[in-house]
Design a protein around this ligand. Sequence first.
Ligand code: NVA
Length: 308
Amino acid sequence: MPRHFLRDDDLAPDELLAVLDLADEMKADRHRYRPLAGPQAVALIFDKPTLRTQLSFSVGISELGGQPVVVDGRLAGIGQRESIADVTRVVSRQVAAIVWRTFGQDSIEEMAALSPVPVINALTDQFHPCQILADLQTVREHKGHLAGLSFAYVGDAANNMAHSYLLGAAAAGLDVRLAGPPEYQPDPRIVADAERIAAGTGASITVTDVVEKALDGADVVVTDTWVSMGQEAEKDAREAPFLPYAVTADSLEHAASDAIVLHCLPAYRGKEISAEVLDGPRSVVWDEAENRLHAQKALLAFLLERSV
Ligand code: NVA
């Protein structure tokens, strides 16, 4: 059976830590592991824009001894020109794994249900689990540990990053706080899933619309764009409600004095984060972007090894 990674809780808490440990090892010695030697191919399918994901998976698959094959989802027309089922049958005959960035979580679940090879979620409207692996690796590098740290995400608490932070940070035992406008709060089903995970890891979950409550003494401060891919038509409406949730030098006064700041990028300076913070000494966003490479290599190696 293939092991898939469609949402953050597809890795159990101990598995998550094993992947992060492997990511650290791979970062220290980039060419040591070659589970894709052959080379075996991995398909990278993009129905939405990409920079970091295409780059880091392509470089990572090559470093693992494999061959990345980028598929333009707009050309393939998955679900329109050809059904998800037929695409899955064709692609999975030729590759060792499929990495897909698309819109609905239901689409990637449909692919995974049919695929004999691992399917990895490279971002859907609901989750962005690969990013959370890189973020946790980055936090651990800078703070030395994960469990017990307070982790504040402020901004669009209803988006894919918020949902993935709920699940992934709960698995890592963090004190997870999400603050967003009342009309942009996370899916309650995912909050409930995060609370279940937290009960086993010692994590805690707070969801609020009060930005100071999330930021109070936080060790890690995180934000994301207010306009996710696919929401471009709502751009104007998605500004005013979020203004109080911008990460600025002033709002960071509420966080711990040694707080670090993460952002998955692309960032919009002057919107969800000020240039002063993004480009300032607390920002670890370039480490975070690099760690996509190491974390995703570790994930691929882990899923391939566990798929029988
Ligand atoms: N929430 C953002 C994340 C980008 C990596 C989006 O979906 O566009």
